[in-house]
Design a protein around this ligand. Structure first.
Ligand SMILES: Nc1ncnc2c1ncn2[C@@H]1O[C@H](COP(=O)(O)OP(=O)(O)OP(=O)(O)O)[C@@H](O)[C@H]1O
Length: 611
């Protein structure tokens, strides 16, 4: 068992680093020994001085006190230097090995999928690695790899090294005290076992479960915050931002509560451990015969006890780091495994224990039938569901407007930056209710900006968009698929619902079918990956179209909704989508001339002006 543990550490840290750490540990033991020698000699000297002996009788002790004090300072410095040097070397090596392993996993995934489309370190590709939980975002994974590897520093400097030093100093201390007085040795041994073994074990046991919950909660907060930030425009467009922000804040509060609980355990066991050496010292002082021996042994025992006090807090910290350390070991192990041939079964990846990964969005139960029922949604998706519930309770204030609207743009000018030329210049455009308008033009001519202006997503430098009923937010009148649309790192269902009230699965299936994505009709609980990383470009675009078709506003805006599809499929999807839009106004940005026959009007945009 010990040999296996040692072999594991050698594999993780490397033999060279272990030797350096052992050297640092030896320096640590010598430092503590010098400290204990200093306390023992100084105590003896003070007790003897009370009897006013000739100065010569104290000369050796005086020199020894000075010597111990000087040597202790130098040794402490050398120990810190050696320990940090060893650990920093270990970290540099581990980082290189961890990133090599990630890169290798990414390459393997790309090779086996025959495509590099998901890009470096995508969540899809990382899912072949040992760290991945199919639902973790690449940002979350990367930040976790970084913090997991950094955790090794804490584990070594605050855990392994002090534990080794405490064991050596404790044994030597017990032996030394026992030689003078065996009963005092036993008392010290008992105190050390309580402070250095029992309390750390209790602390570790009490914090192991919360530590795993903290890891999960931290992953939730990271993934959710990134998703909300990346999808903020989309959340605003569907009125789901306040709920998303509230949910993210809720998750942060839950994380803080878990961390506070863990910190309380650390404080209690740490505090209890800190009292043990004092109790041991008092006990020994009472127990041992002879004033000098009693005082010297008591203070020596106190000094030895101080060495084990930090172990309780270190054990609590280890409970927090345990999952991360295991992930690092697994990652390094996969890097050491020779790459499998592309057609071979992928190398067996150690199954992550429940606390090994921070599953931000656990896979939803297949039986779930609503967004709210899907298990462990991401903050954004939970917010979407919450917004949906809210909408259900108050359909007058949230959700798209359900009356026809005539919109009119008058002299609309949009300028993204004062130093840049305007992206739209003096645009007049009528959008009568039920009209079908195609917007065409060269890349960069201003088509997406025109849609953004209609939807009220950009401030107008001049002009007005008239026709929105008073007091009704712009997103409830006009919305749909925009150029910067975001796919949330959650299920197909949550991506479709996105804040709409009362959506049934039948509505979602209809929208998927209308958008040309029927293959996902029975996969509503599939996690789509970070920004839809597990979908093809065309599927991603059709998912966005389906989202827009679930409960469209009176003016449906579609920015290149069929991008990524072959021409025949694009025509079919657009036809179905236009039919699904019913009596609503539809404005479609398209590059395809063949699609134009479906529209009553074609608006050409050139240099920000319409013709
Ligand atoms: N957020 C922004 N900040 C600054 N400039 C922008 C921004 N968005 C667009 N622009 C600029 O505004 C102009 C119009 O961009 P827009 O995206 O509306 O064009 P587009 O016709 O939709 O292009 P494409 O067909 O390539 O999507 C371009 O010059 C573009 O560089």
């Amino acid at each position: 068992m010990t040999a296996a543990l040692a072999a594991r550490q050698v594999r993780l840290l490397g033999p060279g680093a272990l030797l350096r750490l052992v050297f640092a540990g030896l320096l640590g033991v010598l430092t503590e020994a010098a400290g204990i020698g200093l306390v023992g000699t100084a105590t003896w000297m003070l007790v003897r001085a009370a009897d006013q002996p000739p100065l010569a009788a104290l000369a050796v002790a005086i020199a020894a006190v000075r010597g111990f004090a000087l040597v202790k300072g130098g040794l402490r410095y050398a120990e810190r230097l050696a320990g940090h040097d060893a650990v920093l070397r270990v970290l540099a090596d581990l980082r290189a090995r961890a990133f090599a392993a990630l890169a290798a996993g990414d390459r393997d995934a790309a090779a086996s999928s025959g495509s590099l489309s998901s890009g470096s370190l995508s969540s899809g590709s990382l899912s072949s690695g040992s760290l991945s939980s199919g639902s973790s975002s690449s940002g979350d994974l990367l930040s976790r790899v970084v913090s997991d590897v950094d955790g090794v520093q804490d584990a070594v400097l605050r855990g392994a090294l002090p534990a080794g030093v405490a064991a050596a100093v404790g044994l030597a201390g017990v032996g030394g005290v026992a030689v003078v007085d065996p009963r005092a040795g036993l008392v010290l041994l008992a105190g050390l076992l309580v402070a250095g073994v029992l309390l750390p074990w209790v602390g570790h046991r009490l914090t192991a479960a919360p530590a795993s919950a903290i890891s999960t909660a931290r992953g939730d907060v990271t993934t959710g915050t990134v998703d909300v930030v990346q999808g903020v425009a989309e959340l605003v467009a569907y009125g789901a931002l306040p709920a998303a922000l509230a949910d993210t804040a809720d998750r942060s509060r839950r994380l803080a509560a878990l961390e506070a609980r863990s910190a309380t355990v650390a404080a209690v066991v740490g505090g209890a451990a800190a009292m043990i050496p004092a109790a041991v010292a008092v006990w020994i002082a009472v127990l041992v015969d002879g004033r000098t021996a009693a005082v010297v042994l008591a203070l020596v025992a106190l000094s030895v006890g101080e060495v084990v006090v930090p172990l309780a807090a270190a054990a609590v910290r280890h409970a927090e780091l345990r999952g991360g350390l295991r992930r690092v070991r697994e990652l390094i192990a996969t890097a050491a495994t020779p790459a499998a041939a592309p057609d071979a079964t992928p190398p067996a990846v150690p199954a992550a224990a429940p606390d090994a990964t921070s599953l931000a969005i656990p896979a939803a139960a297949p039986a779930a039938t609503s967004a709210a029922a899907s298990a462990g949604p991401s903050p954004a998706s939970a917010a979407m569901a919450a917004a949906g519930d809210r909408a259900g309770g108050d359909p007058e204030t949230v959700g798209p407007l359900d009356t026809a609207v005539d919109l009119v743009l008058r002299g609309v000018t949009v300028r993204y930056h004062a130093d840049l030329p305007p992206a739209l210049v003096d645009v007049d455009l009528r959008l009568p209710a039920g009209s079908r308008v195609a917007v065409v033009g060269a890349s960069g001519s201003g088509k997406s900006t025109l849609l953004a202006a209609i939807a009220g997503r950009v401030p107008l430098a001049a002009g007005t968009v008239d026709g929105r009923p008073d007091g009704v937010e712009a997103w409830r009148v006009a919305g749909g698929v925009f150029a910067d649309a975001h796919v949330f790192h959650t299920t197909v269902r949550d991506n479709l619902v996105l804040g709409r009230s009362g959506c049934q699965d039948t509505d979602l299936v209809r929208a998927l079918t209308d958008a040309g994505l029927p293959e996902y009709a029975d996969r509503l609980d599939d996690i789509v990956g970070e920004d839809g990383g597990k979908l093809s470009g065309g599927q991603r675009q059709r998912l966005l179209l389906a989202r827009a078709l679930v409960a469209p506003p009176p003016v449906l805006l579609l920015d290149e909704p069929t991008e990524g599809l072959d021409p025949a499929a694009a025509d079919a999807v657009l036809d179905t989508a236009l039919r699904a839009a019913g009596a609503r106004t539809v404005v479609v940005v398209t590059h395809r001339a063949a699609e134009l026959s479906s529209f009553d009007r074609v608006v050409h945009v050139e240099g920000g002006r319409t013709a």
